[in-house]
Design a protein around this ligand. Sequence first.
Ligand code: NDP
Length: 458
Amino acid sequence: MSNSATLVKSEYLESVIEKTKQKNAHESEFIQAMEEVLSTLAPVIAKHEEEYKATGLLERLVEPERIVSFRVPWLDDKGQVQVNRGFRVQFNGAIGPYKGGLRFHPTVNQSIMKFLSFEQIFKNALTGLPMGGGKGGSDFDPKGKSDNEIMKFCQSFMTELQKHIGQDIDVPAGDIGVGGREIGYLFGQYRKIRNSYEAGVLTGKGLEYGGSLARTEATGYGLLYFTREMLKAHNIELKGKTAIISGSGNVAIYAAEKAMAYGIKVLAMSDSTGCIYDKNGINLDAIKEIKEVKRGRIKDYLNYVPTAEYTENGANVPPVYRIKADIVLPCATQNDINLETAKVIVTNGAVAVAEGANMPSTTEAINYFLEKGILFAPGKAANAGGVATSGLEMVQNSMRYYWSFEEVDKKLDGIMTNIFKSCQEAAKEYGVEGNYVAGANIAAFRKVAKAMRAQGII
Ligand code: NDP
């Protein structure tokens, strides 16, 4: 595994990184994502430095095309007014309509929205489908809200958002806190206000009204397809391995399902309050019932499997990462794995870390994994299966036709296999073989940069 890309220097690149940090000093997550991408691009920038400089390409790349921030007022069940803040960041539309999920979580702020939409530019480019980068959401906390409150919030949120989206403009989907139920309410309100059945305006829809088979499974399954290819390239078998998975939401559940189908034993899963460890292998039906049906806490797993162990979160190293396993799949949220946690993972003998979540590892943790020869799959490549299948949902909506589960899954597998190959080849071409972080960033950047160059200074 080579890190020599970092040895190539580009003054232009460094000055853009510096200026972007100063200009966005209060946006730590955005700075982290921007620096992580740009710092791996030196070999490409160095080759075309004059051309990129003359067209301000990097300065334009790090500035969103548009940010919309808006008030979301709604009435709770007690009749009291609640006010949340909504966002949509339309970061880069050079290769297609803006595309990216909506996150409803109390931590949502402009920095998190910008980091997610910046990542999305490159992720979408890697899928090979025509989709630009965007992301949105709200600081609304769906936890503990009634169904009625969720609906009212979604309706108010969409009343404003609908002014800025459309099937050829910007196509949101789900993310943390936004699943099938929320997409249904959002789609209903869009249809009512616009008086138009634009199925392609949102993805992750229910199967009865324009959704795609396999979209629910796509991010988790795709993560395992990418992991399979990465391990195959290093002659490592999946069968018989053990895994730990952080989170127990959409991505985590379907990552676990595909991992088990490949003969991997999943030992632990978590949520924001704690972690369960089941030495016999997690019972996924129990997790699905707790999380998808009852919307409960992971601790409830003990009611299904009393011999499992439960540990509360709170320590600097989340308990799920203390469990020894061959494969680590972070599928919860950003900055879950810091350097200290990375050290525990390496000491425990992991061979691979593949990111299902967006930016779950800090930059220090990623560099440590690479240094120690851990096979590392960055989120923007490894979790691209979700947005790729959203792209396939848009294709089906345009055709007014449906593919079978097997057809969509096969296309997803093909896309993930191609994404791995692109990362592998780009890393090799630029002398950083085995470094899939650099490989993913370089492969995606080349495509976006080419499209931006072709479209002039806009
Ligand atoms: P869900 O809301 O379905 O699940 C999120 C999971 O992460 C839950 O188990 C949640 O626990 C846990 N979690 C959330 N915040 C924290 C926290 N601060 N600390 C510990 N655990 C936390 O979301 P998804 O599964 O859809 O998304 C998970 C990740 O994958 C995100 O980073 C998302 O951006 C990324 N992603 C999602 C895609 C998709 O298609 N859904 C596509 C690509 C990336 P709790 O229930 O307690 O809140």
